[in-house]
Design a protein. Structure first.
Length: 737
C-alpha cells in the first residue's frame, strides 16, 4: 500500500503507521505523535504540565513525581530539572493551579528496602539522558540501573520494572502522596499476585470537596511479602518484596469510581494479558487518531509547537464511563451511561473559553458526550466549585451554562431538555438571590471579595440562560434573564470610565490604582483589564465607552502599555475584540504578536512580575509558557491552537469564529461526517505578512472577519491573501450579537 505524505516545510515525509478513519471515505495516515514534546511546560512554573503516559481524555494518567517537587513546589509533581524521582503516580490534572491535583497511588521500584516512608530516604536519582516520553509512554533508568516503563488505557495502566541481576527487587506502594490532602487510604493483599484498595483525596486550593479512587493492583510475579512502613497509619504505605532472582516485575492497575470489584473488572476488560507492547501500540494509535483531526503544512518548528500544544488540549476532562458502563455521579449514586459517554474532571472557568469550543468543533460525537455529561451534573448535583463529592479530581464549573447554550445553538446537545433547563435555571436564580438580594449587582463589602467580577460573570450566565429559555420556549424566563444580563452598566463608574464596586447603599468603592490586580472587587485582574469583561454585549460596552473610536483607542492602549495579560484567562479574548469596533487589523496584529513573538509582560497570573519579562508566550521547551502561566487543563494551549489556525470564538454561546491571520499557512480540519474545512494562505507568508488583504470562502469573496459555525462545520475552504500592511477596508462588518 502506498502511504500518504505529510508535507513539512516543502519536504515530504513518508509516514508509516496505522490507517485511521473518522468516516466512510475519509481515510488518512499520520504519525503525529513524533512531533509532540511531552516535556514542554514541565520545568518550574512554566505551564505545570506532565510527561505522564495516558490516552486522550484518559482517567489513568501514570508518570513520574520528582523530588523535591512532590512537596508542592510544582503543581504536577514533576519538575524537569529535578534529579530524583519519588514514585510513579496514577492520577493528575495537567496545568492546574494552587498545589495541583492528583499524584495518587505512587509506586517506586527499589533495589533495597526503604528504611522509612520519608521520601528523603528513598528518592531515586535518575539518568536524564535515559528518560523517554511520548503521549502514550514514559520510561526512565535510575542510577541504580533499575529501568521503569509505563503506558495506559482509559482506566488502567501497565508497568514494567527491570531490576539488575544479583540484587533484591521490591516496589514501594504509597497511598499517602498527592498534591492535595489525603483524607483516607487503605490497601490490602487478596492473593499472592493481587492487592486492592481505596484512596479518598481532597480537592485543589483547599476547597471542601473530595474524590474516591478504587483500585485493583496485580503483579505478574508472586509477591514474597508485604511490609507495612507506616505502623501509625497501617495499610497506607507498603513495600512489596519479590524473590531475589526476580529481574522483571510487571504490574497492572485498574481504576474505578465505584468499587474495588469494579476496578478488577475494568482491568480484565482493558488489559487482560501481560502484553505491554500491545497496550502501548494501541495508545499510540489512539493519540495519532486524535491528533489527525487537524493536519497542517508548516515548518518543522511550527509543526512541533503546534502538535505539542494541540496534545495538551486533549488530556482533560477524563472519560469516566463509556456507553453501557457505570459510574458514580456527583450525587454519589451509581449511574449507567446510556445515551452518551460520561466525562468528569472539569476546569471550566478556564476551558469553556477556548478548549471547549475547539473540542466541540472537531467532533460532534465528543461534543454530545461533553454536553450530555454536564447536563448529568446539573441533574445530579451541581456546584460552581469542587465542593462535595466528585468522581475524579475536579477544579470548577463556572462557564458550564455558556457552554450549554453554545452546544444547543450548534445543534449538538440533544440531552438539553426542559428538565435540565429547570435545574440550570434554578441554580442560577438561587445564586443571584443569595448574592444580590433585591439589588441589580453584588454589593461590595470588605469581607466579600470579587463583587464586580461576580456580578459580571452572573450577568454573562444570565445572558446564556436567556438564550436557553428561548430554546425551550420559556419566553417569560427569557425576558427575565435578559433583563439581568442588561444590568451590568449599574457598576460602570462614568467618572473614571470603568467598572467599580458599589455597596448596598449605592456608594462607590474607590479603586486606588486601576492597573493593580484587585481581588477586593475583581478576580485575578485589574480594573483596566475588566473594562472589557462583557463579551455578550459589545455594542452596549462600546456605547458606555463613548463610541467605537474610543473603544478601539482604549483597547489598543491596553496592549501598547503592556497591561494585557497573556498569562491568565480573563484577558484571552481581548485581542479579538477589535473586530467589534471596526478595527480587525489590530486583532490580526496582536494575535499574531502574542502567538509568535517575544512580548513585554508585566503581569503574572496573580499580580505583577517582580520585573517585566520579555518572552514568547508559547514555546516547545520545558519552560514552555510564561513564568507563572499555568496551562490550566489545556485552556492556554487551546488559545494557541485556535489562534494558530486563524479561527477563534470570542463569545461562548454565539456560534461564530473570528477570522484572523493564521500562524500556520495551510490547515485542514477533519470534522465529523467526513467533512474537511481547510484554511489556506494563497499569497503572502504568515511569518512576515501579518495582515489580511482579502479572503474568500468556498471561492466567493468574504468581506467579513468572521464565519458562522455552520459554514465551518459543513466543510469548505477559506483562502487568505496576506500583506505586510493593514487593509483597513476589509472585514468591517461586526459579528452578530
Amino acid at each position: 500500500m502506498k502511504l500518504p505524505l505529510l508535507n513539512v516545510s516543502g519536504r515530504s515525509l513518508l509516514l508509516t503507521g496505522m490507517i485511521f478513519s473518522f468516516a466512510a471515505g475519509q481515510v488518512f495516515a499520520q504519525q503525529l505523535t513524533q512531533y509532540v514534546n511531552v516535556f514542554a511546560g514541565t520545568q518550574g512554573d512554566h505551564g505545570q504540565t506532565t510527561p505522564a503516559a495516558s490516552l486522550p481524555f484518559g482517567m489513568a494518567i501514570i508518570g513520574p513525581d520528582t523530588y523535591p517537587a512532590i512537596h508542592g513546589d510544582f503543581h504536577n509533581g514533576y519538575n524537569y530539572t529535578d534529579k530524583k524521582i519519588v514514585g510513579f503516580s496514577h492520577f493528575r490534572m495537567s496545568g492546574v493551579g494552587c498545589s495541583g491535583e492528583g499524584g495518587n497511588l505512587s509506586m517506586l521500584p527499589l533495589s533495597s528496602p526503604p528504611q522509612s516512608s520519608n521520601p528523603d530516604n528513598y528518592a531515586q536519582e535518575y539518568i536524564k539522558d535515559a528518560e523517554q516520553g511520548a503521549p502514550d509512554f514514559y520510561a526512565v533508568t535510575f542510577a541504580s540501573r533499575i529501568r521503569a516503563e509505563m503506558t495506559a488505557t482509559r482506566h488502567a495502566s501497565i508497568e514494567k520494572y527491570v531490576f539488575p541481576e544479583g540484587g533484591t527487587s521490591s516496589i514501594l506502594v504509597n497511598l499517602t502522596t498527592g498534591r492535595t490532602k489525603i483524607l483516607s487510604a487503605e490497601i490490602h493483599q487478596v492473593s499472592p499476585t493481587r492487592l486492592e484498595g481505596k484512596i479518598r483525596a481532597g480537592m485543589l486550593c483547599n476547597v471542601d470537596g473530595y474524590y474516591d479512587i478504587y483500585f485493583d493492583l496485580e503483579t505478574q510475579a508472586p509477591i514474597l511479602s508485604v511490609d507495612d512502613l507506616r505502623p501509625d497509619h497501617p495499610a497506607t504505605v507498603v513495600n512489596l518484596k519479590f524473590a531475589p532472582s526476580t529481574t522483571l516485575v510487571s504490574t497492572k492497575v485498574g481504576f474505578s469510581t465505584i468499587s474495588t470489584a469494579d476496578a478488577a473488572s475494568v482491568l480484565k476488560r482493558e488489559i487482560l494479558a501481560w502484553d505491554f507492547e500491545k497496550v502501548r501500540a494501541a495508545g499510540n494509535d489512539a493519540w495519532n487518531q486524535e491528533l489527525s483531526r487537524i493536519t497542517i503544512h508548516a515548518s518543522p518548528a511550527e509543526t512541533h509547537l503546534f502538535y505539542t500544544t494541540y496534545y495538551h488540549t486533549l488530556l482533560l476532562p477524563m472519560l469516566v464511563a463509556d456507553i453501557g458502563e457505570t459510574y458514580r455521579g456527583t450525587d454519589s449514586e451509581v449511574h449507567t451511561a446510556k445515551s452518551h459517554r460520561y466525562y468528569s474532571g472539569w476546569s471550566l472557568w478556564d476551558t469553556y473559553r477556548t478548549q471547549m469550543p475547539l473540542l466541540t468543533l472537531l467532533s460532534d460525537e465528543r461534543a454530545r458526550d461533553l454536553c450530555g455529561s454536564l447536563t448529568d451534573v446539573f441533574r445530579q448535583r451541581y456546584a460552581e466549585q469542587a465542593t462535595g463529592y466528585w468522581p475524579v479530581p475536579e477544579i470548577r464549573q463556572e462557564g458550564a451554562e455558556q457552554y450549554l447554550l453554545d452546544s444547543a445553538r450548534k445543534g449538538i446537545c440533544p440531552n438539553l431538555d426542559a428538565t435540565t433547563y429547570k435545574f440550570v435555571r434554578d441554580q442560577l436564580l438561587t445564586r443571584i438571590h443569595s448574592r444580590r438580594g433585591t439589588l441589580d449587582y453584588v454589593p461590595y463589602t470588605p469581607k466579600r471579595p470579587g463583587t464586580v467580577a461576580t456580578t459580571l460573570v452572573d450577568d454573562y450566565v444570565a445572558w446564556a440562560l436567556s438564550g436557553l429559555a428561548m430554546q425551550q420556549s420559556e419566553n417569560a424566563d427569557a425576558k427575565m434573564f435578559a433583563k439581568i444580563a442588561a444590568s451590568y452598566p449599574v457598576l460602570w463608574d462614568k467618572e473614571v470610565s470603568q467598572f467599580a464596586g458599589k455597596d448596598a447603599e449605592g456608594n462607590w468603592h474607590v479603586i486606588k490604582d486601576p492597573d493593580v490586580d484587585d481581588d477586593t472587587v475583581f478576580y485575578e485582574g485589574s480594573a483596566r483589564q475588566y473594562r472589557w469583561a462583557v463579551p455578550y454585549d459589545m455594542p452596549g460596552l462600546i456605547h458606555l465607552m463613548g463610541g467605537a473610536d474610543n473603544f478601539t483607542r482604549d483597547l489598543n492602549d491596553l496592549f501598547t502599555t503592556h497591561h494585557f495579560n497573556m498569562a491568565n484567562e480573563p484577558d484571552l479574548e481581548y485581542p479579538y475584540l477589535f473586530v467589534y469596533s471596526g478595527a480587525p487589523w489590530l486583532t490580526q496584529k496582536y494575535v499574531h504578536d502574542f502567538a509568535t513573538k517575544p512580548q513585554v509582560q508585566i503581569y503574572a497570573s496573580h499580580g505583577y512580575y517582580p520585573k517585566p519579562v520579555f518572552e514568547v508566550a508559547f514555546k516547545d521547551t520545558p519552560a514552555a509558557l510564561l513564568p507563572e502561566m499555568d496551562d490550566d487543563a489545556g485552556a492556554m494551549s487551546s488559545w494557541y491552537v485556535l489562534s494558530a489556525i486563524g479561527l477563534y470564538q470570542p463569545l461562548i454561546g454565539e456560534p461564530y469564529y473570528i477570522v484572523t491571520t493564521p500562524v500556520i499557512a495551510h490547515t485542514k480540519l477533519h470534522l465529523s461526517g467526513g467533512k474537511i474545512f481547510s484554511i489556506d494562505v494563497t499569497q503572502g507568508d504568515p511569518a512576515t505578512d501579518t495582515y489580511i488583504q482579502s479572503a474568500a470562502l468556498n471561492g466567493k469573496p468574504l468581506d467579513r472577519a468572521w464565519v458562522h459555525d455552520n459554514e465551518v462545520r459543513a466543510g469548505g475552504k477559506l483562502t487568505l491573501i496576506l500583506g505586510s500592511q493593514p487593509n483597513k477596508q476589509w472585514g468591517l462588518e461586526p459579528p452578530p450579537q
